[in-house]
Design a protein around this ligand. Structure first.
Ligand code: AQP
Length: 338
């Protein structure tokens, strides 16, 4: 089992990243070979302020470590340090089909009516993601639910490559398949954390309003204010979890509560049944301050030691290159480029 996953340094590491992905990253490092990447090349598919990008890369790295990733157990690096990602991405651009990319819902959602003005990188983003995964022949990719379609695309690209070059793979390596088809692992405590202001939209670092999300670096009083102002409805909390399905904001707060506590939402609803939202909000604030603020405080400490972070990223990049370089060399050989 080889695990690969990444997080964009687009600022605002948030509770969605934590509950959808990072908690799972930490669990997996004890049972598998894990490679975790700060995907800086992905982040520049939308404008990033150059004076902040480096700090954001440090922030995600610090977030990984503060959440429990151990650089001795997991390979941690930033994507732009390992050129194999970009080079393999080009080769896979020539395998992926335009029709496949046209079906990607994340591009449609992000571009909206402004498609013509989006960067080409935002459109081809899923191919770079496929390269990230396939460069390590990763078997499993822990992600939030929003990334499921992109993993499926990575599988399609891997499969098409294996079929297109079947004879060559057989002749060179005496194998039927070269790339492994990666499996998504959508098993974080909350696969889709929703916005605090709209239960139909996912919590996102790129959302303009900061009130829509809990950032891992938020201080206690800011968390309290965000939860206090989180959208709710006027009914009290029911005793049956089935009844929250058409109340997305309540469902979201209960899922966050359960996810942070490591309990099932069904168990949590029993504790709050019949009570008002304010009761749930007060308890949720206390829980977040107790569990999330210490991670944020640790992140701040780690971020102040840039040489420590640079060391982790440089060591991680050399280990990552040891795996991805031969894969790229072999891929080029299969294609006939060497
Ligand atoms: N709301 C979420 N709920 C659960 N998981 C989430 N992830 C992101 N948002 C949620 C997961 O976090 C990992 C990193 O994803 P990312 O780098 O794309 O995160 P982001 O920059 O915070 O996402 P944005 O702002 O919403 O940007 P776009 O729109 O580019 O995705 C992934 O495993 C993701 O599933």
């Amino acid at each position: 089992m080889r695990v690969f996953s990444g997080i964009q340094p687009s600022g605002n590491l948030h509770l969605g990243n934590y509950l959808g992905a990072i908690v799972n990253f930490v669990k997996l490092q004890n049972n598998a070979e894990c490679i975790y990447c700060v995907v800086d090349l992905h982040s520049i598919t939308v404008w990033q302020d150059p004076s902040k990008l480096q700090k954001n890369i440090y922030e995600i790295t610090a977030g990984f470590i503060a959440s429990g990733l151990d650089p001795e157990k997991s390979i941690i690096f930033n994507q732009s340090k390992v050129k194999e990602h970009a080079e393999l991405s080009w080769l896979l651009n020539c395998v992926a089909r335009v029709g496949w990319l046209n079906r990607m819902t994340q591009f449609k959602e992000k571009a909206g009516k402004n498609k013509e003005n989006m960067s080409v990188g935002l459109y081809t983003y899923p191919i770079l993601m496929a390269a990230d995964i396939l460069a390590y022949k990763a078997t499993h990719v822990p992600v939030g639910e929003d990334q499921k379609q992109h993993i499926e695309l990575s599988r399609d690209i891997a499969q098409k490559f294996n079929i297109d070059f079947k004879d060559r793979i057989q002749q060179l390596y005496n194998k039927d398949e070269f790339f492994i088809l990666p499996e998504p692992l959508i098993s974080g405590p909350v696969p889709r954390v929703m916005s605090l202001r709209d239960g139909h939209k996912k919590m996102s670092s790129s959302e303009i309003s900061d009130m829509t999300r809990i950032n891992i670096l938020d201080e206690a009083d800011l968390i309290a204010n965000k939860i206090k102002k989180a959208k709710t409805d006027s009914d009290s909390i029911p005793d049956n979890y089935e009844l929250v399905n058409d109340r997305p904001e309540l469902k979201n707060l209960l899922s966050i509560y359960a996810g942070v506590l490591g309990e099932s939402p069904k168990k949590i609803i029993e504790d709050f049944s019949g009570k008002q939202f304010s009761h749930l909000k007060t308890s949720l604030t206390e829980l977040l301050v107790e569990r999330i603020c210490p991670i944020g405080n640790e992140m701040k400490k780690i971020m102040s030691d840039k040489s420590y972070i640079n060391n982790i990223l440089n060591n991680g990049a050399s280990k990552a290159r040891e795996i991805s370089e031969p894969v790229l060399v072999e891929t080029k050989k299969i294609i006939g480029l060497s």
